[in-house]
Write a protein that binds this ligand. Sequence first.
Ligand SMILES: Cc1ncc(C[n+]2csc(CCOP(=O)(O)OP(=O)(O)O)c2C)c(N)n1
Ligand SMILES: [Mg+2]
Length: 404
Amino acid sequence: MTTTTDIHSPDFLAGDEFSIPTFRLLQQDGTLFDGAVAPELGRDAARRIYHAMVATRVLDERMMAAQRQGRLSFYMQCTGEEAAVIGATAALDDADMIMAQYREQGALMYRGFSFDEFMNQLFGNELDYGKGRQMPIHYGSRKLHYLTISSPLATQIPQATGFAYGQKLAGEGQCTTVFFGEGAASEGDFHAALNMAAVHQVPVIFFCRNNGYAISTPSIEQFAADGVAPRAFGYRMHVIRVDGNDILAVYAATQAARRLAVEHNQPVLIEAMTYRLAAHSSSDDPSGYRSKKEEEAWREKDPLLRMRRWLNDRGWWSDEEERECQERLRREVLETMKRAQKRPPPPLDSLVTDVYADVTPALQRQLDTLKTHIRRYPEAYPKGAMSLDPDVSPRDDADDKGGA
Ligand SMILES: Cc1ncc(C[n+]2csc(CCOP(=O)(O)OP(=O)(O)O)c2C)c(N)n1
Ligand SMILES: [Mg+2]
């Protein structure tokens, strides 16, 4: 559809005519802005959200420490973005599909992914659903309607449009929410996904976490426009910008977006303004590209602190409960980590089984070569690697003196 009126002088438009406001309800001291109305959120629902936020923070702190101790190869934190991710997830139906980028472990936490499940993936042991084939933090859960993470940026955005189109055809009242960073929104896939969603009117919520950085590139160097939100106009799509550290605003915005998606088949773009408080990943050191002062300013806007003050004011949480909760969670994380670390990796053959219906000759050749290599150079592999090979007897493995 193209609508136009005639003009008779070359007057260009730059989009500056629009200024996109930020939806906010909760102030940093835990009180509402004047005139703001909190969404309906009962005590238990609010506590479930807050608990998931604290659990995500504790998991992230502990696992980053584990990475520094050399127990884990890699890790990524959600720190600072818990309200954006968990507030959005809480506003969805638990059976709605979530497609995430990699920093959204809070969504899984909210839906009940256990510490054991997190740890099995992080350590790639025999209980990992991905059978140890992915890097740490590439979680997935069919049961919790959470698509397994893909490393290449923006992969999940057009997938979300396609999946949501299927949901529309199925007519069961579900939608898909897809999370991505403002950096990933520079991929062509983002634009294709939004256009297809708008054209085919599918129930999908595009949730952009604008956390200020794509690794070391600040958002001001990524795009000239006013953030990501104005792009929705180009596709004729509903859009809202929200304070991503404001749990109530994120919850209310996503709830309204879900209604548009499910009841009216209207795709929606949400841009949540937030800040990545931690390093990009365990391989990154932000001191090379941003100041401590900037980080401190955002630490003052910690989304956990803001929600905790709101809960405290209502008598729904106390300092005593906070202490107990943190201690219990830290203990649970350490216990489950020890358990997961002790479990063996998946059997070697699982590298090639269930990739195709039958193992292809090329894959079989690669597996045979790997087994031969392990037998010839056991010292180059972790101790016990040979025992993963069903063709090797336990005695042979006892001779395995390796320990790389
Ligand atoms: C196609 C592709 N290009 C580059 C990368 C390397 N890479 C991984 S994360 C990242 C930054 C993404 O930033 P953003 O989308 O803002 O997410 P954030 O890390 O800030 O949450 C880059 C460039 C990649 N994984 N995939
Ligand atoms: Mg980013």
